[in-house]
Design a protein around this ligand. Structure first.
Ligand code: HEC
Ligand code: HEC
Ligand code: HEC
Ligand code: HEC
Length: 371
């Protein structure tokens, strides 16, 4: 095809084409990429949340792709506006046999709440999950554990919304319903049990760590952080900044190395529960100083107190009510809740959706107030 004279000429006049070809390739690639970014938008765009005073650089950047992608469980959430009572309707406690938590609710609204609880907790089983297969006459009986547990759950939800307003409505009205934890499932995700000791070969302190568990956030840190810090109000702290400190590690006030490791284990859990970094709550130059923290730290501090109360007053005492297959695999302890049971990896549960607006019945243990 190619004439002979060309092959000959080519041999006599060798030229290196690789240099210019690479240059053209690189430039062309860069122009192409720039054109893509200009026309399609930068996929790695971020937005920053300022967490400290101006000029200190205290901010948390996040990829827009993650920040703006909606939690799929928001769309699946069931809600229904209340029937505003005119004051003449009889109340549930006058109509039914055995209502202890929702007594001051009108009949329409009582049935509205029952229907919603079914959607939030037992959409597949329906009313029968808590009331059995009998007819409506038998609904006052307390013979299924699911109903007894649910009554306590109603009271717990009312208590959270009523008394922990500073946490669950910290930025705006958000609140908590059964759906916040259950998301359409009988047993909520991200519940936890006591799992220590995690090794049989050792005893004492060595037996609670060095095994990657869900509670240790897959690290070698201790697996008893939730058990100790989220069921009892003991101080969360780390060892002293001084290199040598007088004091015996077992003393209550002295934060030992063990205590320090447990604190970091808990902090990893906090971070992963909300899908945030340590600097969402702390100033990285002074983790130890509660005077240099972000506003979110205070919400988290309150959150810990709320979780301790939920576990102590509501969830742990239900131990004898559950059937054996719901109890912990190691110690037959009651299933417990913590940050991730509500947050599910998001900064705010259901990305800050106001879930309580339609449910004044679950926002107070007194007579609900309808707007
Ligand atoms: C997740 C559990 C659960 C589901 C599902 C549920 N209920 Fe209930 N139900 C309860 C609890 C708990 C009470 C008691 C409330 C109280 O003590 O204030 C109750 C009480 C009742 C009562 C009052 C009975 C009486 O005489 O005291 C009626 C009626 C009722 N429910 C109807 C329904 C209907 C209809 C459905 C289905 C649409 C339903 N419930 C689904 C937990 C449930
Ligand atoms: C803060 C989180 C949280 C909220 C809010 C919550 N629950 Fe629960 N619920 C739990 C935990 C934890 C358990 C224990 C899991 C288990 O049974 O293994 C549980 C268990 C239950 C069970 C027993 C299920 C079973 O099959 O063992 C029922 C029924 C239930 N909840 C109903 C409700 C209802 C109704 C509401 C709203 C009024 C509600 N829950 C609100 C955390 C929550
Ligand atoms: C959601 C907010 C939040 C996140 C995220 C968080 N912390 Fe904390 N941290 C707190 C709160 C609140 C306390 C105090 C708890 C208490 O006293 O009840 C604390 C306590 C601490 C302490 C103990 C300070 C002392 O007084 O001795 C250290 C150290 C610490 N955090 C480090 C970290 C590290 C490291 C990370 C990241 C892995 C982290 N934190 C993530 C909120 C957070
Ligand atoms: C009962 C459910 C529930 C539990 C359990 C819970 N939270 Fe929250 N938390 C919420 C709700 C709802 C909000 C949203 C409040 C708002 O934005 O107004 C929130 C907000 C926060 C915020 C503020 C976020 C922001 O954008 O300002 C922090 C920080 C936080 N929670 C930390 C924690 C930590 C740490 C724990 C565990 C110790 C915890 N939470 C346990 C329901 C819960």
């Amino acid at each position: 095809m190619i004439p002979n004279w060309f092959g000959k000429w080519n041999k006599e006049n060798p030229t290196n084409v690789f240099g210019p070809a690479i240059l053209v390739g690189v430039l062309g690639g860069a122009i192409f990429l720039a054109a893509l970014i200009v026309t399609w938008g930068n996929p790695a765009q971020t937005a920053s949340l300022q967490t400290g005073p101006r000029g200190t650089g205290m901010s948390v950047p996040e990829f827009n792709a993650m920040r703006l992608s909606p939690d799929p469980t928001i769309e699946a959430m069931y809600t229904e506006e209340p029937y505003i009572p005119d004051g003449s309707e009889p109340l549930a406690k006058d109509i039914y046999k055995n209502v202890q938590a929702l007594g001051n609710v009108t009949e329409d609204n009582f049935n509205r709440v029952m229907n919603a609880m079914t959607q939030w907790v037992a959409p597949e089983q329906g009313c029968a999950y808590c009331h059995g297969d009998g007819d409506l006459e038998t609904y006052g009986e307390d013979n299924l554990y699911t109903k007894v547990v649910s009554r306590r759950m109603i009271q717990m939800t009312q208590n959270i919304n009523e008394n922990w307003d500073g946490h669950v409505n910290a930025n705006a009205e958000v609140g908590v319903t059964c759906y916040t934890c259950h998301r359409g499932q009988n047993v909520p995700s991200e519940i936890w049990f006591n799992v220590t000791p995690v090794t049989e070969a050792t005893s004492g302190w060595a037996s609670v760590q060095n095994r990657a568990t869900r509670i240790s956030q897959s690290t070698s840190l201790p697996s008893n952080a939730l058990e100790v810090y989220l069921t009892e109000d003991v101080p969360v702290n780390v060892h002293d900044l001084e290199s040598r400190v007088a004091g015996v590690p077992n003393d209550e006030e002295v934060a030992s190395i063990q205590k320090t490791e447990m604190t970091y284990s808990l902090m990893n859990y906090f971070s992963n529960s909300l899908g945030v970094n340590c600097v969402f709550c702390h100033n990285s130059r002074a983790f130890y100083d509660p005077g240099q923290v972000t506003p979110q730290w205070a919400t988290a501090l309150l959150g810990r107190q709320m979780v301790i109360e939920m576990n102590q007053e509501y969830l742990i005492p239900l131990q004898d009510t559950y059937p054996a297959d719901r109890l912990g695999p190691l110690h037959a302890d009651a299933p417990k809740a913590a940050c991730k049971t509500c947050h599910k990896g998001y900064q705010q549960p259901l990305q800050g959706t106001n879930v309580i607006a339609d449910w004044p019945e679950l926002a107070t243990s007194e007579t609900p107030v309808y707007e």
